[in-house]
Design a protein around this ligand. Sequence first.
Ligand code: CDP
Ligand code: CDP
Length: 225
Amino acid sequence: DKQGLQVAIDGPASAGKSTVAKIVAQRFHYIYCDTGAMYRAITWKVLQAGVALDDEAAVKALLNQITIRFEPGTPVQKVFVDDTEVTLAIRQPDVTNAVSQISAQSAVRAELTERQRQIADAGGIVMDGRDIGSTVLPKAEVKIFLVASVEERAQRRLKDNAAKGINTPLETLKYEIEERDRKDSTRKISPLTQAADAIRLDTTSMSIQEVADRIAEIIQEKESL
Ligand code: CDP
Ligand code: CDP
């Protein structure tokens, strides 16, 4: 018997994927997997090691040497690269601005997709990212595509940053979000795209709770089938 459904949540930067995915996972006692954190973790390692972002062979070798682990934590899940905690480091602007160049590489995508499928194998999982419904878990029973206006997403990121003591101006955040969306949507392999069978939710004027409730409803409908 299956232990639960696979729930894929995709969408552009700062649409609210991870916040909502966490709430939904808790509600259903599902595992939560933040695939963006995995792309950020390898990017952090590349920067740490001083490897050039475009040296694909070296990036691949580095990824094959490291483990990326999650541990429960409040308010956020802890992320480890081998024995080093990188929870905060992977959210810093240097990683944010380099990650799209690393996540576009075929060897990186192949390896992380494989690791993500292993994590999802047990069922009962909420996984968020860019290509979960389209590529990583094409058979996911629930696929959500979260969107919100760039203005709203930049405002959300501004608030988030303020809490972390990062003071990037709104206009810069807007530009960075648009740039990352552009790179993520136009790359050759598994670009950010809405799967044909995904449900699109525009969260521009929705609260976190409203979005989580709506997704919970969709999961319950599927569970009762
Ligand atoms: O949270 P935020 O929207 O800033 O992004 P994230 O989910 O942490 O993802 C960071 C980056 O990882 C994205 O901009 C993508 O380049 C990459 N990513 C990806 O390519 N595929 C995924 N499934 C998840 C993230
Ligand atoms: O994972 P992703 O980059 O898609 O977004 P996030 O990090 O979950 O959300 C970015 C910020 O938007 C967080 O501070 C959330 O609390 C906030 N948010 C919101 O204000 N309203 C929503 N409906 C969803 C998220």
